[in-house]
Design a protein around this ligand. Sequence first.
Ligand code: GLN
Length: 522
Amino acid sequence: MKFVFVTGGVLSSLGKGITSASVGLLLKSRGLKVTIIKIDPYLNYDAGTMNPYQHGEVFVTDDGGETDLDIGHYERFLNENLSKRNNITAGQVYLEVIERERQGKYLGATVQVVPHLTNLIKERIKEVAKDYDVTVVEIGGTVGDIESLPFLEAARQMGLEESSFYLHVSYVPFVKSVGEIKTKPTQHSVQRLREIGIQPDALVARGERPLTSEARRKLALFSSLPLRAVVSAHDLDNVYRVPFLLADQGLDDLIFEKLGLGVYADRSLDDWRDFTERVESSSRELKVAIVGKYIEVRDAYKSLIEAVGHAGARIGVRPRITLVDSIRLEREGTESLRDYDAIIIAGGFGRRGTEGKIAALRFGRENRVPTLGICLGMQLMTVEWARNVLGLEGAHSEEFQPDTPHPVIHLLPEQRDIDRLGATMRLGGQDVLLKEGSLLRRLYGKDVVRERHRHRYEFNNAYREAFVRSGLRIAGETEGLVEALEWPEHPFYVGVQFHPEYTSRPLRPNPVFVGLLEAALG
Ligand code: GLN
């Protein structure tokens, strides 16, 4: 087993996730079997119960994990499905240690962070790594955080047992007032790392500007690294170019040497290069509104924004995405939606902002603007249709109005007796059957597709007849559960109960978004 441990210095949100994903892609492109693990030092068991304001989007894996959004970056770069086991949290390992203690498995020993917790962390990492040539392990947070200490200690110990490469990603700011790149914060964070017993093998310097040779020399000297092990990772307009930026400076070669990976194939990144070039050369702009309520944090709709970009690159258009506040639409009306070529109604939880989403759906329907409702977006599409087309006054989802006279969206039967919040939704990949002759069937080009879910409520089949009679088509189903709706008399009016954004990849855009943008072009 071979490992690349990725640590962070100075600041969070530096792009450690993109760096880890890029390293993974580079190693994979040379013929290795690679996977990537994300370690989150918080005490939540998983990301499922976290508010998007706290931690951005919850990424859902095919095996039903509610994981950190970095897992989404890894899947998009590696173009592979990862497991929920690829996201290890402090909550999971602490809980397991205590459970083992309660079962008497420690035979009377005093149970301690070192070695019991650190052993378990190593066990969890190796269990994922055993099927791969190289495993990249990204340790969340910043060196110096109290919470990440046991994980850094485990990473240090792994270096004694397995061949390991330590990559430190740190912030190197450009200070405008003095016109200089400052290396001091990074020098300090490398010192913190050494105190823990980890000497980095390479430094990835994140900043607004490329490293000057002077800054590179200083960083190398203070970190005891050769010059070539200091890599400049300045801001790029297109994050999908980061692998090339790292490769051009020889980072993957350095990893190959240190890990003794021998001679492997040359990089084959032609598909990836094609994709990044298509992103940049697409000239025609399409304005896309994503209507949601978590608009202050762009990360809350990470996969969705990426998925629209993948589809754009596929058909040669450049989507310009605006996050539109559903609560503002409630106050100010939907006139502002006239500016857009396509509207996406995002998923979500809780009543706040739902009337704004319903108004946006009505706008899209009446003005023939290509409109896609995802999860809650599909559920509210049902509510809007019930109220304004079927005339069912007061129709709603039971989630928001339990005593509605017309519960057109109601609780999934298996949800009735659940009283815990964590990991209890309908989660993960499932086969969806697409109806012969439907738009979705044509877009996907097959009749069974596997898509991912995260919901408690569903379309109420008691109203099925009424919907179908009024012209709405049930375009997708899973064992009687309505998975997709479309209105054939509209250029594109589609609702999906699943989340197509989670399976969209640069090299394999999800057809639902391609269809939406094609309709917006037409
Ligand atoms: N709140 C809705 C449900 O639980 C929709 C969830 C979502 O959009 N992910 O069914």
